[in-house]
Design a protein. Structure first.
Length: 260
């Protein structure tokens, strides 16, 4: 589904990511891990069009993405969340999802101004779709609440639901377990695997919480100083000396630690 070929991102004299190649297949959950500053979010920003790579190719379902605007890439079927939650302040839970639903249904100016029947039909369908999404993930009871009033874990879930409203085939999650307690992290693991099955999507996630990474990812890529130092199944990564030295340390990663 997704393939990058030797993508490189340079900022002046600084190389943030060098020769990065990755594949993500249909319905696969893939993890991207590494120390802070390793270049993980830069990879996400290149895939989603926020940065244009200095070199290399990004191919999604046979189409090259480098140079396309973020909204065009989203329309192709890639959605993302951010490390810092970016819900729309002042909007309800339902309205946050409705904003994303409008990516697929964009009425003309004339229809919108005069609320013609076609516009009203689209609005009704969008509201039904948004409510169905909230219902599917257990947030329907909060539909009328201010989005930023939700507990932290539910805000994370809402941000993922908003991304799902764009009807992606690939979902990019940037540290979805950040700031969560162990119970919330366990619920998140179940949530990610459930939405993969329910919405028939692939997931690429950045995460420092090793319990989450090792628990749900089928394959992992490890970055250090912008360079891929390992890739493979979680059990292989856990035992990889380069990864242990650069990132995992000697702590038991099954308990959720990252460094000794």
């Amino acid at each position: 589904m997704l393939r990058t070929e030797n993508v490189t991102m340079q900022f002046g004299g600084l190389t943030a990511v060098s020769g990065f190649s990755i594949t993500v297949n249909e319905r696969e959950i893939v993890g991207l891990i590494g120390p802070n500053g390793a270049g993980k979010t830069t990879v996400f920003n290149m895939i989603t069009g926020m940065y244009a790579p200095t070199k290399g190719r990004i191919i999604f379902n046979g189409h090259e993405l480098q140079g396309r605007r973020p909204d065009k890439i989203t329309a192709c079927g890639i959605a993302r969340t951010f490390q810092n939650i970016r819900l729309f302040h002042g909007l309800s839970v339902l309205d946050n999802v409705l904003v994303a639903c409008n990516l697929r249904e964009r009425p003309g100016l004339f229809e919108s101004v005069f609320h013609l029947p076609a516009y009203q039909k689209r609005e009704k369908a969008a509201r039904e779709k948004a409510f169905e999404l909230l219902e599917a993930v257990g947030l329907a009871g909060y539909a009328g609440d201010d989005a930023v009033s939700l507990p932290y874990g539910k805000q994370r879930r809402l941000e993922i639901v908003r991304a799902l409203a764009t009807e992606p085939r690939l979902l990019l999650l940037d540290e979805p377990a950040a700031g969560m307690n162990p119970q919330e992290s366990a619920e998140l693991m179940n949530f990610i695997t459930e939405i993969r099955s329910r919405f028939n999507i692939a997931v690429l996630l950045i995460e420092h919480h090793m319990q989450v990474v090792m628990g749900i990812c089928e394959r992992l890529y490890v970055l250090d100083y912008g360079i891929t130092i390992a890739e493979g199944a979680p059990d292989d990564i856990r035992k990889n000396k380069k990864v242990i030295d650069a990132y995992l340390g000697v702590e038991d990663t099954s308990a959720g630690g990252t460094r000794a």
